[in-house]
Structure formats: structure tokens, C-alpha cells
Ligand binder design. Structure first.
Ligand code: VAH
Length: 316
């Protein structure tokens, strides 16, 4: 992996993955693409507009820059997908097969994320096995399961080196997530800094797998650099780090801000999605096959988030 095209580069994962990849593989070896430029002007260098629903867009860019890897992140997240299921299918599935076709035609390595959303209410919620029943009840989950199967198909049928990760809810401070169910776990930190209180749309006692973005970025690179011959699974690996509910985030914040309070105003749509997802996945396949590990727990993530957001809010 040394010349990489990233789709969805302005999103929550993409905006920090591009920086991480450029630091790792060289500034000129990562082409950032998205349907439009980032509003804050952060994505200026080596950026190309690309609508993943137009297959020729990606093909022409992959040829122009002679890439050897595609990291396909462009997608609609769970809550937005529930509000616009047909659009979600067109973007999430149409974009994915277009990206896979480019990888097949040009012999590229391929990464795309899956999610805890690939599981449903009939899946074991605690220590969800790597191979478990996948009957998601959301359009996003249907897209993720179909995406996992499609990526495995392109590996088995065409030999495309496809790899994927089932991400927990990702928490970061640089780019706000857009339209996810786990976004509360990012919003709560912003609100702690600005207002010292947060009203959660996810109810008390709702556990979901969560992860600090630096651990997710390391996992992507570790997986993509792993010895292909050692991989038994490919699309997609369970990786777990922090299993937490809204009150756990509040308690962690209160260790720094004793006056912080949490209230609840449950959004039934996103609560229903959250209730259908695992509390914590079993990561043993990722550990055994490519030495997955993580660095941040809830307390160390909270300390870092509050410190970085304090600096960010003061600068604004
Ligand atoms: C979402 N943040 O909430 C995304 C993610 C595990 C959740 O897929 O839709």
C-alpha cells in the first residue's frame, strides 16, 4: 500500500485518515476525494471532487494518480439512511460496487468499513462472535451486510485484496459525524465544554461499542499492512474497544467537570437502531490474525477529547 485514493475524505473518518496516511506514506501519495470540498477549507491539498455513484469518476482518478489502493469511505450513516433508504441504497451499494469494479479492473488493494450496524436484534449482544447471525433491521445494516458479502465475493471470485473492519461508534474531535446513531457520544463532549450539560437522544442504560478515532485509524493501517496469507477472515473484522452507555460518558466527564449534568430526551428512531446493535463485539479474530490492539479506554479518551475540544472551542 503506497499510493492511496480515499473516497468520503471530508467525513469523520476520512478527514483524519487522510492526514494519518499522508504522515505514514508521504504527502504526495494520498489523493483525497469527496463529492464536495470541506467547508472549513481543510481539504485543499491533492483533493479531487468525486461522486462515487459515477463509476468513471473513480476509475479516471485512480488511473490519473496511478494508485495501488482504494479506501472507500463515502456512505450515508445509519440515522440518515433510515430517513432516506432509497438514497442510502443507491449511494452505499452503488458507490461500493463502483469502487470494487475499479479495484478489480486496476488490480488495487481495497478497504471499506463495516459497522456494529451489520448486526441486528437477533444477534448475541455481548461478546458478539466474529461469525454471528446478521439480520439487521436498518437500511444501513442491510447495506453493511450486503457490502461485507460483496467484498468477500470480489476477493473469492476476482482475487481483489478486499479487507474491512466492523467499526464501533467512532469518537473524534476534528470533524463532527453526520447522521449516525452514535453521534451522541461526540456531541456530549462539545456540550460539556460549551454548556456543562447534555440532553441525550439515546436512553440511559443503552450500551454500544465505541472507539476513539486514533485507535480506528491504527486498525485500518495494521489490517491493510497485515500478511494476506495470515488472514482467515476479510470482510469484516470485529474490533471492540469501549462498551459504554450515556451515563458512563457523563461519569467520565464529571471526573474533570463535577458540575456536568446529563438529561434524556429519547429519539425513538435512533433508540430503536441502538437497541438492535451489540453491546460489545468479540475481537479475538482480529487479535489472532493481525494483532489488533487499542490504546484508549473511556477515561483516557475523555481526558484527550476534553483537552482537544477546549483548545478548539477557544480558537473559534
Ligand atoms: C452510525 N457512527 O452511527 C455510525 C456507525 C457504529 C455506528 O456506523 O451510523
Amino acid at each position: 500500500m503506497k499510493k492511496i485514493l480515499v473516497t468520503g475524505a471530508c467525513g469523520q473518518i476520512g478527514s483524519e485518515l487522510v492526514t494519518k496516511l499522508r504522515n505514514t506514506y508521504g504527502e504526495d501519495n494520498v489523493i483525497a476525494t469527496d463529492i464536495r470540498k470541506a467547508q472549513d477549507g481543510s481539504m485543499e491539498q491533492l483533493f479531487e471532487t468525486c461522486d462515487v455513484r459515477k463509476a468513471e469518476n473513480m476509475y479516471n482518478l485512480a488511473k490519473k494518480y496511478n494508485v495501488d489502493t482504494i479506501m472507500h469511505l463515502a456512505a450515508l450513516l445509519s440515522a440518515k439512511a433510515e430517513a432516506a433508504p432509497k438514497l442510502a441504497w443507491d449511494l452505499n451499494m452503488g458507490g461500493l460496487i463502483n469502487a470494487l469494479e475499479v479495484a478489480r479492473e486496476l488490480g488495487l488493494q481495497f478497504f471499506t468499513p463495516s459497522s456494529i450496524g451489520a448486526f441486528g436484534p437477533s444477534t448475541p449482544k455481548d461478546e458478539t462472535p466474529q461469525e454471528a447471525l446478521q439480520r439487521p433491521t436498518t437500511m444501513y445494516g442491510v447495506n453493511k451486510v450486503a457490502g461485507e458479502l460483496l467484498c468477500d465475493y470480489y476477493y473469492q471470485r476476482f482475487g481483489v485484496d478486499t479487507r474491512g473492519l466492523r467499526f464501533p461508534g467512532l469518537i473524534s474531535y476534528k470533524t463532527l459525524p453526520g447522521g449516525g446513531t452514535t453521534d451522541y457520544a461526540v456531541e456530549i463532549y462539545y456540550e460539556a465544554i460549551k454548556n456543562k450539560t447534555y440532553t441525550s437522544y439515546i436512553g440511559e442504560g443503552t450500551y454500544m461499542d465505541m472507539m476513539y478515532l486514533p485507535d480506528a485509524l491504527n486498525a485500518i493501517i495494521d489490517l491493510m499492512e497485515a500478511d494476506s496469507d495470515k488472514l482467515i477472515h476479510r470482510n469484516a473484522f470485529n474490533i471492540s474497544a469501549i462498551s459504554a452507555a450515556p451515563e458512563d460518558f457523563a461519569k467520565a466527564i464529571q471526573k474533570h467537570q463535577p458540575e456536568f449534568t446529563i438529561k434524556y430526551d429519547v429519539d425513538p428512531i435512533r433508540q430503536k437502531i441502538a437497541d438492535s446493535w451489540p453491546n460489545r463485539m468479540d475481537s479475538s479474530a482480529a487479535v489472532m490474525e493481525w494483532n489488533y490492539s487499542f490504546n484508549y479506554d473511556l477515561d483516557t479518551m475523555t481526558a484527550d477529547m476534553l483537552e482537544k475540544l477546549q483548545a478548539k472551542v477557544i480558537k473559534q
